[in-house]
Design a protein around this ligand. Structure first.
Ligand SMILES: [Zn+2]
Length: 108
C-alpha cells in the first residue's frame, strides 16, 4: 500500500513493524474487544474447547476486527487514519515541530 501525502511524500506500507504505522482501537470498542478475547478465547482455551492454534487465530481476528490503521508521514507529521467509511482521513499537526514518531513503539 502506498499513501500519497499532500506534502508530496509517499507513505509506503509493504512490511510489518513499521515505526510510522499503528492500529487504532476506538474506546467504544476497547472493552468489547477485551470481553471478546475473554469469552471467545481465554474461557474456551481454559476449558479445553479451543486449541492453542485456534486461539492464536481467533485473537488475531478479534483484534483485527476492532482496529483500524493509522499512518504518520515522516516528512510532515500528518496523520492518515482509516475512516469508518473506508476513506483515509488526514490530520495536520499543530506546528512544524510536531513529533514525527508518535506511532513508534516505546523503547523496551
Ligand atoms: Zn506528509
Amino acid at each position: 500500500m502506498k499513501i500519497g501525502c499532500p506534502c508530496g511524500a509517499s507513505i509506503i506500507d509493504q512490511t510489518d513493524k513499521l515505526p510510522y504505522k499503528a492500529h487504532l482501537i476506538p474506546d467504544q470498542a476497547w472493552l468489547a474487544t477485551f470481553d471478546a478475547i475473554d469469552e471467545q478465547i481465554i474461557d474456551p482455551l481454559a476449558g479445553g474447547k479451543l486449541t492453542k492454534e485456534a486461539a492464536y487465530h481467533q485473537a488475531r481476528l478479534i483484534i483485527g476486527h476492532s482496529a483500524r490503521s493509522i499512518w504518520q508521514c515522516r516528512a510532515c507529521g500528518r496523520l492518515h487514519i482509516d475512516g469508518l467509511d473506508g476513506q483515509l482521513q488526514c490530520f495536520v499537526p499543530a506546528g512544524p515541530q510536531a513529533n514525527r514518531e508518535v506511532l513508534s513503539a516505546r523503547p523496551s
